[in-house]
Design a protein around this ligand. Structure first.
Ligand code: GLU
Length: 486
């Protein structure tokens, strides 16, 4: 059977980076094995679920390039619908089948009765498992009569009294001891089915072969295994999928990842103009490693290498410094045209946008060596290219004190004053350097540092041949005036 995996978000907020990582692992696995990646919306929590969050999460996934093959907007008639809120009838149908086979039962206990049972169990030091009257099959007829009379009850799953074993792709062998969970509700009195139940019904009916999700679901899995077994017993041929519970994301203080560790919703990275490919790259590395230990890659580079055997069992530390580095590496890899486009999208890029295509291409090529973020570009245009004021560092003062430097400044000043063009071209710069070398006898460090100081008013920066043709002559003149007046 071909691989079918799913990402099953609850639309109760923005897409969290942990969710994006889970989605990505499922997507990468589907792509690596030629399987199908499904998006299922788990919106049974009617109070917290909102249609707009579903939309926003899908948009964020799309921005990340995590595109589903099936989902609410791309239904395969064999498996639709993909929103749990539209599958109530299916959940009810299977719940009734479970009741018929005595694998589940109607429970009419009130909240007070349940509370009293729990307290009694605590007093007597017993497991707080359901021991209400409805558990006993001899009340089946009475329960059926109540249902027929329109009375509302919960549907409770009869938890088998035995040990369950999960061979998880990440966690290895997980043993759930007998008696770990008692009979649990699968459909609430208000008619709403619960997550653990819907999840299995859907995974079975949608032919899900692999469940890749966060380790926080490990404790749910025992209930889900029980339901799989019950479906198997009903002759539904429910094959238990392979499970891979990926490690938790934690902050550098080793606490569960939260807002105080930085932005936790994908949306914020999108508004901050992070590169989606960089965020995907970084998220992939949070708990998975490349077989060749590569740090920088695109999703498509993983097609031949992504598998479920390289997950780490220890928690992954969310590290914004590493993410920044990864983002910077992807910026350096971008082709010039796309980089120009991305910089132009920034509202603060007014100056940049007004320049010629050649200037823009030149500027991004120079700046990308230094930038970690797209938002660095307009700032660096100002700092590296347009800054008029001198940066009188100790090094610059030292350069200015060399006996050759005033000669260089005065020569360049005379040349610049005679210019009629808006920029100094590279050939011009080369010829000035030649004159300084041959006719004025300046060479080596004093020459290069002196020329840099004269033209940029700084002691360091990008290659002058790339930088100076981008700097308006008017700006260079202002720097020279200050240098002469020191
Ligand atoms: N709706 C669940 C969540 O958002 C999905 C869990 C699962 O993948 O089974 O955590």
């Amino acid at each position: 059977m071909s691989v079918r995996v799913r990402f099953a978000p609850s639309p109760t907020g923005y897409l969290h980076i942990g969710g994006a990582r889970t989605a990505l692992y499922n997507y990468l696995y589907a792509k690596a094995v030629g399987g199908t990646f499904i998006l299922r919306i788990e919106d049974t929590d009617t109070e917290r679920s909102k249609a707009e969050y579903e939309q926003l999460q899908i948009e964020d996934l799309r921005w990340l390039g995590i595109i589903h093959d099936e989902g609410p907007d791309r239904p395969n008639p064999k498996y639709a619908p993909y929103r749990q809120s539209e599958r109530s009838e299916i959940y009810m149908r299977y719940a009734k089948l479970l009741i018929e086979k005595d694998l589940a039962y109607w429970d009419f206990c009130t909240d007070e009765e349940l509370q009293a049972m729990k307290e009694a169990a605590e007093r007597e030091n017993r497991d707080p498992h359901y021991e209400g009257k409805w558990k006993d099959p001899k009340h089946r007829a009475e329960a059926a009569a109540k249902v027929a009379a329109g009375e509302r009850g919960a549907i409770r799953f009869r938890a088998p009294k035995k040990e369950f074993i999960l061979n998880d792709k990440v966690k290895g062998r997980v043993v759930y001891p007998r008696d770990m969970v008692g009979d649990f509700v699968i459909v609430r009195t208000n008619g709403l089915p619960v997550y653990n139940y819907c999840c299995v019904v859907d995974d079975v009916l949608m032919d899900i072969t692999h469940v890749i999700r966060g380790e926080d679901h490990l404790s749910n899995t025992v209930r889900q295994l029980m339901i799989y077994e019950a479906f198997g017993a009903m002759g539904l041929g429910a094959k238990v999928p392979e499970f891979a519970h990926v490690s938790l994301l934690i902050g550098e203080d080793r606490q569960k990842l939260s807002k105080r560790h930085g932005a936790t919703s994908v949306n914020l990275y999108r508004t901050d103009h992070y590169l989606p490919e960089a965020l995907c790259n970084y998220l992939t590395l949070l708990g998975w490693s490349h077989p060749a230990e590569r740090d920088i890659f695109e999703k498509r580079d993983l097609r031949d290498v992504f598998n479920l055997d390289r997950f780490s069992t220890s928690p992954a530390i969310y590290d914004l410094v590493k993410l920044k580095w990864v983002n910077g590496q992807h910026i350096k890899k971008l082709d010039t045209a796309r980089l120009v486009e991305l910089v132009e999208e920034l509202p603060e890029s007014a100056y940049f946008k007004a320049q010629s295509p050649e200037w823009k291409a030149g500027a991004v090529e120079v700046i990308k060596q230094y930038a970690d973020f797209i938002t660095d570009f307009p700032k660096m245009v100002d700092e590296m290219i347009l800054a008029e004021t001198l940066e009188l560092s100790e090094t610059l003062k030292d350069i200015l004190s060399w006996e050759t430097t005033p000669k260089i400044i005065s020569y360049i000043d005379s040349q610049v004053a005679a210019l009629t063009s808006a920029y100094v071209g590279e050939p011009q710069l080369t010829s000035w350097t030649e004159v300084l070398k041959k006719e004025m006898g300046v060479k080596g460090k004093p020459l290069f540092m002196g020329v840099r100081a004269a033209l940029t008013g700084k002691d360091h920066g990008p290659d002058l041949k790339l930088l100076i043709p981008l700097t308006p002559v008017a700006v260079i003149k202002k720097r020279l005036t200050q240098l002469k007046n020191l």
